[in-house]
Ligand binder design. Sequence first.
Ligand SMILES: Nc1ncnc2c1ncn2[C@@H]1O[C@H](COP(=O)(O)OP(=O)(O)O)[C@@H](O)[C@H]1O
Ligand SMILES: Nc1ccn([C@H]2C[C@H](O)[C@@H](COP(=O)(O)OP(=O)(O)O)O2)c(=O)n1
Length: 224
Amino acid sequence: MKYISVAVDGPAGSGKSTITKLVADKLGFNYVDTGAMYRALTYNFLENNLTELCEEKIVELLKRVNFEVKFIKGIQHVFINNEDVSGKIRTAKVSKYTSLFSKSPAVRSFLIDSQRNLSKVGNIIMDGRDIASVVLPNADVKIFLTASVEERARRRVLDFKKQGITDVDFKNVMKDIAARDYQDENREIAPLVKVNSAILIDTTDLSIDEVVEKIVSLIKNVLN
Ligand SMILES: Nc1ncnc2c1ncn2[C@@H]1O[C@H](COP(=O)(O)OP(=O)(O)O)[C@@H](O)[C@H]1O
Ligand SMILES: Nc1ccn([C@H]2C[C@H](O)[C@@H](COP(=O)(O)OP(=O)(O)O)O2)c(=O)n1
């Protein structure tokens, strides 16, 4: 059976995970959060005291790890050696090291196989940086979400406030986002790029509901 696959790419803070999750709920698709997979492997490397980009050590750890992705009530859970680490991978430390380890060729090829396999078991909407360009170049719908750096920084500051963190400097947040954009767009393997066949949606002046509606109707057009 051929399942529908939707690729969503874009820079940090463009709304990928928020929007993709809601679209998946509306359509009953599995939501595949590839960032969580990079985070989970990073968590495993840190648990094994690896804090530098050493390809040899990475390959060794990848040989030993039991990495599984499961959907429980439609929600993705990532397991490392039979432990559900989904709740432990959102720390600042893991975020910082994920940017580093996502540059590793061994890490990328390990995860790409796993991500492609997920598109064979059901309808999926997958978000990340290289979904349309590398992982699912034949996806039925390809979306590139973006928003201005200022708007993405504003959203991140709001997120911090919701977590009770009020002592944040807007300009520093903007600088961090610009630095992550640079890393994502300029790394050698699988850089963030909008492929020609992707539909660009600039969410700077759109509400979450407006973006969700736009994407749902694009997908429904393909389904019909
Ligand atoms: N269109 C939008 N308008 C306003 N806020 C948004 C919009 N899309 C996402 N957000 C908010 O921006 C923040 C970052 O979104 P997130 O989905 O985590 O981005 P990404 O996964 O691309 O890093 C979240 O707090 C989210 O609620
Ligand atoms: N397909 C992907 C997904 C994420 N990454 C990298 C990029 C980020 O630094 C980390 C974490 O991604 P994640 O989407 O969880 O991060 P943000 O929500 O943007 O903070 O992984 C990647 O290189 N390729």
